[in-house]
Write a protein that binds this ligand. Structure first.
Ligand code: PLP
Length: 378
């Protein structure tokens, strides 16, 4: 198998699976129980929170566990609009955010909020100028992702956040860093954001665990009411096995981060050369961003049949983000690129576990597809 769709999800690291298994088999006490099993579980929970916080570069008191990146994004957005409701009803974001941000904002728009979406330039770049100049007196929230999940481009979050703060704006600044966590060096404090979302299954932990950073441990509005877990802000018995796995994956990923970035950068460079040799018509989409995401297109070939053709040969890539489930990507639509290029965009996403053999298999698969598949007229 040649799995090159790591931006959709990553395989669970064996050490993370082992950590989860140990909690399920032996350390399954409820952290809220007052007896010894519970107290031990609560202590472990503190340690896991510290591990994830260390990997992210924040304090444990600034980190809340959630069920996924989507929940973290939704919580941050809901919190910001609630907190700012007496101040204004304007939100600034970009046209290339993940649906985990765009959909709650669309829902707010239907309820009377005004949303300004900054479009990328033809290279997929969002400029700080464009975002900052859209902020108004009544803006309560600015949402800008750190790494785009389909192009891999890095957005100038730090520049945006610092300029907005310097302007005296009261707007909350939220960053979706799901594709950036452990893939590039940053800390939430360096970025200068108020809230920031990460997700476990993009870093080798299982699905169903994420976290929300909140600057200075500032008081968030509760998301779930109940037994008072997560400092009374997100009630519900903590998924300790998921959290244990998340902490293990974060610990390993943080220790290996520089080595992994280098390895994946070398693999990406190899892929660019190898794929172009195999399929000279291949187009690389603009934007040198994080090394683990490479967007390419074979103009004249539709992406979805190509994904299936490659999948039949045990080579896994995606046509844009997995969340589109095959429907056209709003990110590629926002880029001013020719339709035949846009229709053929494939996202290749690497992990440090990938090898040159995976890239060679993809190059062969693409070459075979370009010889044998039906080419659309455009
Ligand atoms: N934000 C970005 C940029 C993503 O790539 C994803 C997942 O693909 C999410 C948010 C949602 O994360 P989760 O799948 O953990 O809900």
């Amino acid at each position: 198998m040649h799995y090159l769709d790591n931006a959709a999800t990553t395989p669970v690291r064996p050490e993370a699976a082992e950590a989860a298994g140990r909690v399920m088999r032996e350390e399954w006490g409820n952290p809220s129980s007052t007896h010894r099993l519970g107290r031990e579980s609560a202590l472990r929970l503190d340690a896991w929170r510290k591990t994830v916080a260390d990997a992210l570069g924040c304090r444990p008191s600034e980190l809340y566990f959630t069920s996924c990146g989507t929940e973290s994004d939704n919580w941050a957005i809901r919190n910001a609009v609630d907190a700012g409701r007496h101040h204004g009803r304007h939100i600034v974001t970009t046209a290339i955010e993940h649906p985990a941000v765009l959909e709650p904002l669309r829902m707010l728009e239907q309820r009377g909020w005004e949303v300004t979406r900054i479009a990328p330039d033809r290279d997929g770049r969002i400029t700080a100028d464009a975002v900052v100049s859209a902020v108004r007196e009544d803006t309560v929230l600015v949402c800008v992702m750190l790494v785009n999940n389909e192009l891999g481009t890095v957005l100038p979050v730090a520049d945006i956040a610092h300029r907005i703060r310097d302007s005296g704006s009261q707007a909350m600044i939220h960053c979706d860093a799901v594709q950036a966590f452990l893939k590039m060096p940053f800390t939430p404090a360096e970025l200068g954001v108020d809230t920031l979302a990460v997700s476990g299954h993009k870093i080798g932990a299982p699905k169903g665990i994420g976290a929300l950073y909140c600057r200075g441990g500032a008081r968030l509005l509760p998301l779930l009411y109940g037994g008072g877990q997560e400092r009374s802000l997100r009630s519900g018995t903590e998924p300790t096995s998921q959290i244990a796995a998340f902490a293990k994956a974060a610990e390993l990923g943080a220790a290996e981060r520089e080595k992994n970035i280098l390895k994946v950068s070398q693999l990406r460079a190899y892929a660019k050369q190898k794929l172009k040799e195999a399929v000279p018509d291949l187009v690389f989409l603009p934007g040198e961003g994080v090394p683990h995401i490479l967007a390419v297109s074979l103009p004249g070939f539709m992406a979805e049949p190509m994904v299936r053709f490659l999948g039949d040969r045990d080579i896994f890539v995606s046509s844009g983000s997995a969340c589109h489930r095959g429907s056209p990507s709003h990110v590629f639509a926002a880029l001013q690129i020719p339709k035949d290029v846009r229709d053929g965009v494939l996202r290749i996403s690497f992990s440090p576990a990938n090898t040159q053999e995976d890239v060679d298999a993809l190059a062969d698969g693409l070459a075979e597809a370009s010889r044998n598949m039906f080419r659309t007229m455009s």
